[in-house]
Write a protein that binds this ligand. Structure first.
Ligand code: SF4
Length: 955
């Protein structure tokens, strides 16, 4: 009868040197192989370092060893594979129809949870009867037919085999550092016990409630108890609690403590209560402050360009016809091949314009992907073969090796090395999986493409590569499991917030807490009570580990609604005396590093303080920011003056000098982007073409309105549509990246607007008795207007009038607009925002010498009937009885319209001189009309104050 003993031990004694030496010697003496089970990878590596010559393993490894002894072949599969199986089953049941993917996950999780409870499917007697056939089907497809074992099945099958054949266990087992065991682990422990293997369990701190329960469980299994000795080995003498405003400040605060201390870095340790959320912040702050950490920095293959590329390749839409549609592929390949900066931009531009990138390597990769068609469903093996070929044909490995040799920048070399590691790992993963399937005769195993993609994702997501090695003498970082490894003086336990510690506990899938009480789980049922005891043990163990402990939690920025500390800190929170906040850190009269000194200088500069001795870098940024604040962008040398310019240029400069400079002077083009609509410029051009075509083709220029017959009016209405449709075809050719549906909707919208427009034209002109003698005099007529400016310089303003109507005595002018058109004479004219109508009227008046101006109006294609506050009129043409149907609400009326006196009435000559001079030298950010859709916003960085200043700048 072999010895099977449970020892009461202490936290500090886990895997200690003396104990390990003892078991090493025992192994030597007895010649029996010894398996030393420890709770985590960190513990395993510590054991190997402290006492080589012993086999350190996990419970999973032990199960594998037993299975190897059975000589039965099997393939280990992961949790994600289980999920894939359930998805396939549901898909088959839905006969190709839709099924809920979340449901498949819930079923797979439920099955996994039942197995983690150490139960066979039929032993689960708490319901879920309808799911049992599905679970059996899974077992049939995995364990029975294909010898595939998921992690839970591996332990269960090993325990079952060992129960039947005790000879499978040929060595002795020592378990150390566990407070408790899961039901599955108990299944294996029970089988080992039955197999009469030498079995020794060291139970740390058996006074903890959870450890006490484990002790009782082991005793009831027949273990003999040995108490070494009980001593009060509590170590902690000082406990404090700190509140931090943010996670970042929490780590700045504790790092500052560490740096200011006299002790070496390895005297300090950090337990991350919220490791997932905090790890990246911890690394960032430690790097900024130059604090070395023992933990290596690792990066998941999930972040690799290779995965993003493969993800796209496996999803690639078959209808990626246009260059815009293929652009994501080009961008991924550029990233993959480390093309950046100007070469990236140029390749992109060339690709969009011509479909080529003038780079053989890139084009080869694009072609490779294009020629790689993936079947929607295939054997797993076929997918692996295809992926293997794609990776080989891509020749990315050799490209990376070459780039590594050529790279002179460390950060870039690191990036390339990371992609190379991912590629190497991926190739071996695919090769191993392929060989495994072939060896086990699973060549016919079929899978859907999206499931294959998920499998690939999962594999790469969990693979991590070290990108920065930890430093042996740095600050140690711990989890609750491995914190007993800490040997230093002061331990920081971070992010101890309510909801983070204790972490919420839940069972997976459809298994409920109440089920646990009725199921045949002899030991280790994961109830809320057990979970609570375990969390208490994790917390209480700290006081046996470090002489000084600092707990910290995040309080947040809102004093009225602070985040709360963990209830475990209730006993100590009264000791909280200091908060780690950004403000306090900035106000500290010292800086720990040059980086922090610069940060502080920048902070106080931003607050308006005068700082002496700024670093050249901060000084440069400061001056830059100060200049940006003024918005002033004047040229040191004015451009040579142009004496002939268009009225629209003046308007554009008045709207925004900066935008005018970008567009008209420096010709800075907007960034290329995929068309998501037909450009307003193109639409404006199209509509003007339609109108011109109709009036010129129908010979209506010069024809008094009353002469057009009813028949012709009806016919013209139809012609408007047919002309539009003919011209629209050209627009469609230019906008191939828009969908048919989008183009169709835009087309219908404009057909509707043109119909309304013709109705309005009839109402205001062709059917309107009071203007029956009037006629269109000209369309698109060029005009020019010499103006003598107050300084004595004469300039000539030019423009094109959309339409001029005349009768014997006078004229009106019209300007067609595709969008809304408003005009507020008292504001828009003197500011220079709307100069076309008043200046064109003067210019037209000078051409039509005998005639006087009646008025001028915009005709909006959105509201073609409107004749109020969208034009300028002589007072007699406004209100009741207006020949031009100008509503009495129209405020834009003026006696001097169409004469040079109008200019003087609004001091327009002065304003025009101001604008004219400015457009040769001053391109400041001072917009009168700042458009939300302006493409230069990212460059001008206009502030609300600058907008406000701009609006009043002309007055
Ligand atoms: S965003 Fe406004 S201020 Fe800036 S360039 Fe455009 S219009 Fe001018």
């Amino acid at each position: 009868m072999a010895e099977q003993v449970v020892y009461e031990s202490t936290v500090k004694e886990i895997a200690n040197r003396k104990r390990l030496t003892h078991w090493f010697q025992w192994q030597q003496m007895t010649g029996t192989p010894l398996y030393y089970i420890l709770p985590s990878a960190k513990w395993l590596s510590l054991g190997r370092k402290r006492q080589p010559g012993i086999r350190y393993i996990t419970f999973d490894d032990l199960a594998e060893l037993i299975l190897d002894e059975t000589k039965e072949s099997y393939v280990a599969i992961g949790e994600e594979d289980r999920h894939l199986f359930f998805q396939q089953f549901l898909e088959e049941d839905a006969l190709g129809g839709t099924h809920d993917r979340h449901q498949a996950k819930a079923y797979a999780d439920t099955y996994g949870q039942i197995k983690r409870l150490g139960l066979e499917v039929e032993e689960y007697t708490a319901g879920l009867e309808s799911l049992k056939p599905l679970f059996k089907r899974y077992e049939q497809a995995t364990v029975n037919e294909n010898r595939l074992l998921d992690p839970e099945q591996k332990i269960l099958v090993a325990a079952n085999r060992l129960s039947k054949r005790p000879s499978l266990m040929t060595g002795a087992v020592v378990v150390d550092g566990f407070y408790d065991f899961s039901p599955l682990q108990y299944r294996l422990i029970t089988a080992l016990k039955k197999a009469d293997a030498p079995f020794h369990v060291y139970l740390p701190q058996a006074t903890f409630a959870i450890a006490k329960q484990t002790l009782n469980d082991l005793l009831s299994l027949g273990f003999e108890q040995k108490t070494v000795h009980h001593r009060n080995d509590l170590m902690t003498e000082s406990i404090s609690v700190k509140a931090a405003s943010t996670t970042e400040e929490q780590y700045y605060g504790l790092m500052q403590d560490i740096i200011l201390s006299e002790k070496p870095y390895d005297a300090f340790g950090i337990v991350l209560a919220d490791e997932k959320a905090d790890e990246a912040v911890l690394f960032r702050v430690a790097k900024f402050l130059g604090v070395p950490l023992q933990r290596s920095k690792r990066r998941s293959a999930r972040d690799s360009a290779i995965l993003h590329w493969l993800d796209y390749v496996l999803r690639m839409p078959s209808r990626a016809a246009t260059s815009w549609e293929q652009l994501p592929l080009l961008e991924l390949i550029m990233k993959l091949t480390f093309k950046s900066g100007a070469s990236f931009a140029l390749a992109k531009k060339s690709f969009l314009a011509t479909g080529d990138v003038a780079d053989e390597g890139i084009e080869r990769l694009i072609e490779l992907v294009r020629g790689n068609v993936w079947r929607k469903r295939d054997t797993f093996l076929a997918y692996l073969h295809q992926l293997e070929r794609l990776l080989d044909d891509s020749e990315l490995s050799s490209l990376y090796e070459q780039r590594m040799r050529e790279s002179h920048e460390t950060w870039r070399a690191q990036e390339i090395a990371f992609e190379l590691h991912v590629m190497t790992y991926l190739k071996s993963l695919v090769q191993e999986k392929r060989q495994e399937l072939e060896e086990k005769g699973l060549m016919a195993f079929t899978i859907r493409l999206d499931l294959f993609r998920e499998w690939l994702h999962y594999q790469l997501e969990r693979k991590k590569f070290t990108i920065e090695k930890g430093r042996e003498r740095g600050v140690s970082i711990h989890t609750w499991r491995d914190v007993p490894l800490f040997q230093g003086d002061k331990l920081y336990v971070t992010s101890m917030n309510e909801g983070t510690f204790p972490a919420p506990h839940s069972l997976q899938g459809y298994v409920q807490e109440r089920d646990l009480y009725s199921l045949p789980i002899p030991y280790g049922a994961p109830t809320q009570h057990v979970f609570k005891m375990k969390q208490e043990a994790y917390f209480d163990q700290l006081f046996y580990i470090a002489p000084e402990i600092v707990f910290s939690y995040i309080k947040g920025m809102n004093p009225n609604e602070p985040f709360l500390p963990s209830p475990f800190l209730d006993r100590y929170v009264a000791t909280e005396t200091y908060e780690w906040t950004f403000e306090k850190r900035m106000e500290a009269p010292f800086a720990l590093t040059v980086g922090e000194q610069q940060e502080k200088a920048a902070h106080f500069l931003g607050k308006g303080y005068v700082i002496n001795g700024l670093s050249p870098e901060i000084e440069r940024i400061h001056q830059h920011v100060e200049r940006l604040k003024t918005g002033e962008e004047a040229l040191s040398e004015p451009l040579s003056a142009q004496h002939t310019l268009s009225v629209t240029a003046l308007e554009q400069y008045a709207r925004c000098p900066f935008r005018f400079g970008m567009e008209r002077i420096f010709a800075v083009k907007e960034p290329m982007k995929k068309d998501v609509r037909v450009s307003p410029l193109d639409l404006g051009h199209l509509i003007h073409q339609v109108i011109q075509h109709i009036y010129e083709e129908e010979d209506l220029i010069g024809q008094p309105f009353h002469r057009l017959s009813e028949t012709d009016k009806g016919r013209i209405g139809q012609k408007v549509e047919s002309v539009f449709l003919t011209l629209w075809e050209e627009v469609e050719q230019r906008y191939l990246s828009l969908s048919r549906l989008e183009l169709e909707l835009i087309k219908r919208e404009w057909l509707k607007r043109l119909r309304k427009w013709w109705e309005a034209e009839r109402k205001h002109f062709w059917d309107h008795e009071p203007v029956k003698e009037m006629a269109i005099y000209s369309l698109e007529r060029s005009v020019s207007l010499p103006i003598r400016l107050p300084s004595g310089t004469t300039i000539t303003l030019t423009g094109k009038v959309d339409r001029i109507d005349v009768d014997h005595e006078g004229f009106t002018i019209y300007d067609y607009k595709t969008g809304q058109a408003h005009l507020k004479m008292e504001e828009d004219v003197p500011s220079g925002l709307k100069l076309q109508l008043p200046l064109y009227m003067i210019a037209a008046g000078q051409q039509l010498k005998e005639k006087k101006a009646y008025g001028a109006s915009y005709i909006s294609l959105k509201e073609p009937e409107k004749r109020a506050n969208n034009g300028l009129w002589k007072p007699e043409h406004v209100g009741k009885g207006s020949r031009f149907r100008v509503s009495a609400f129209c405020k834009n009326r003026h006696e001097q319209l169409g004469t040079i006196d109008f200019l003087h009435a609004f001091n327009l000559d002065e304003r025009i001189e101001q604008l004219w001079q400015g457009m040769h030298e001053d391109f400041s950010v001072m917009p009168l009309d700042c458009s939300k859709s302006c493409p230069y916003h990212a460059v001008c960085r206009v502030t609300p104050e600058q907008r406000e200043e701009g609006e009043t700048s002309w007055q």
